[in-house]
Ligand binder design. Structure first.
Ligand SMILES: NC(=O)c1ccc[n+]([C@@H]2O[C@H](COP(=O)([O-])OP(=O)(O)OC[C@H]3O[C@@H](n4cnc5c(N)ncnc54)[C@H](O)[C@@H]3O)[C@@H](O)[C@H]2O)c1
Ligand SMILES: [Zn+2]
Length: 359
């Protein structure tokens, strides 16, 4: 089993990665025999894998579920779950265990960060996306009608357990969506990882636990290092937003019809086009990244038309606006992210053509 540590002083925590890693939850819970444990799981994941998780936890651990999908990152879902915590008398010493994809992590993490002003938190991600990205770093939150992730807190987990066996049931589409975040990590931080996606494509598709474990560990190491250097996104952590300024706008404007990772892939295509047009990114590097995303089966075009004015408006409500300017993390080359805040509307409009529907 691989262990990656997120070095955050007295809030440092390990990420356990591998086949049967879920059993490490048993060791973690032994020192706290009387601690209240509450699993917050998406219903699909609870149905598929709940018994395996329960077997690794003390018998009195409670499980609460919510409907799978992005629409559960809402005040409505949160309120329902918190009312259940109240009914069950969940106290300050409790720990909440997120069980599912990035939606479970963001929703359960926000609850863990705010229930009684904050209780313990553990992440047990079951999607590839949550394993390589969302479960690490302590960002939690929910969406508003106005936009994604607008309400949330930083709340670090005390443990992350990534059991690659859970990924056996993950639909291909969700596996591909998660690969988009792995490609993002490669292009901002470790370009040699880019080709590894292609070299391992068959083993990844076959859910080979060793290949998945190694790729997840490489991604967690990248994210852990960035988070340890800049937990609250004052500076370096912003590089993780590559592809996300446009990606979040697409996600929101398409009514969450596409997966987060799919929108990030489209967002990277547009943002690389912006960088290419500015002379920051070489055409052949942009083409190479686009080719990897295409080989991994990620979308190349929007499923339907999205108005440029709507994209601009959605970018402006995103958290990446600072001092009134929309922030982009563009590539000035592979492994060289740069922050750019002076992109004109016309540049965005022009770059959007690269993913235009039906083109
Ligand atoms: N907090 C962060 O740092 C961070 C980072 C990246 C993404 N995110 C957020 O994560 C979310 C996307 O996460 P996601 O792609 O995991 O979506 P998700 O949680 O909705 O999971 C996708 C689908 O896969 C199903 N599923 C999960 N595990 C499964 C399994 N093992 N077998 C079968 N089905 C399974 C779920 O029920 C769901 O239908 C977005 O809301 C995004 O904003 C957060
Ligand atoms: Zn993301």
């Amino acid at each position: 089993m691989d262990v990656v540590r997120v070095e955050l002083g007295d809030r440092a925590y390990p990420i356990h990665i591998g086949s049967s890693a879920v059993n490490s939850l048993r060791e973690w819970s032994v020192p706290f025999p009387r601690r209240q444990l509450v699993v917050i799981a998406d219903q699909t994941v609870a149905d598929l894998h709940g018994p395996r998780l329960a077997a690794a936890l003390p018998p009195d651990a409670v499980t609460l579920t919510f409907p799978a999908g992005e629409t559960s990152k809402s005040f409505t879902a949160m309120e329902r779950l918190c009312e259940q915590l109240a009914t069950r008398g969940i106290e300050r010493g409790a720990a909440i265990i997120a069980f599912g994809g990035g939606v479970a992590g963001d929703l359960a993490g926000f609850i863990a960060g705010t229930w009684l002003r904050g209780v313990g938190f553990v992440q047990v991600p079951t999607t590839f996306l949550a394993a390589v990205d969302a479960s690490v770093g302590g960002k939690t939150g929910i969406n508003l009608h106005a936009g994604k992730n607008l309400v949330g807190v930083f709340h670090q987990p005390e443990l992350v357990v990534i059991d690659t066996d859970f990924l056996a049931t993950l639909p291909d589409r969700d596996l591909r969506a998660g690969l988009a975040e792995s490609v993002k990590h490669a292009v901002i931080r470790q370009p040699d990882l880019l080709d590894r996606h292609l070299a391992d494509i068959a083993r990844i598709a076959a859910r080979d636990p060793q290949t998945l474990g190694e790729l997840i560990a490489a991604n967690c190491a990248i994210k852990a290092a960035v988070v340890a250097a800049d937990e609250r996104e004052a500076d370096l952590r912003m590089i993780l937003n590559h592809g996300h300024t446009i990606g979040h706008a697409f996600e929101h404007l398409l009514g969450y019809e596409l997966r987060h990772g799919e929108c990030v892939a489209l967002g990277m295509l547009v943002e690389n086009e912006l960088a290419r047009r500015r002379g920051l990114l070489k055409s052949n590097d942009a083409a190479r990244i686009a080719a990897v995303l295409a080989r991994l089966g990620l979308p190349q075009r929007l499923p339907r038309a999205v108005g440029a004015a709507d994209v601009l408006a959605a970018c402006r409500i995103d958290k990446k606006v600072r001092a009134g300017a929309v922030n982009f993390v563009l590539l000035a080359g592979l492994g060289q992210p740069v922050r750019v805040a002076d992109i004109a509307d016309a540049e965005i409009e022009a770059a959007l053509a690269i993913v235009a529907a039906g083109g």
